[in-house]
Write a new protein. Sequence first.
Length: 69
Amino acid sequence: MLTINVGVLLAVIVFLRLRRRTEARSRSDEKFTVIIVLALGIVIAPTPVGEGILDFLSRFASGITDSSR
């Protein structure tokens, strides 16, 4: 049986939707893209990949704030 990882499926959908030209999008199309991106974030957040991304962004942000002092 074939299994599909929901996170990978959402990432592919987001990639394909963001490749389109901005001028060709309607307001409802943009809202749908935002909903898909939020769903992808919720799916990825509790995984080790999501925690790694959060750790990287935390270190990056603290490095920026420390360098500005």
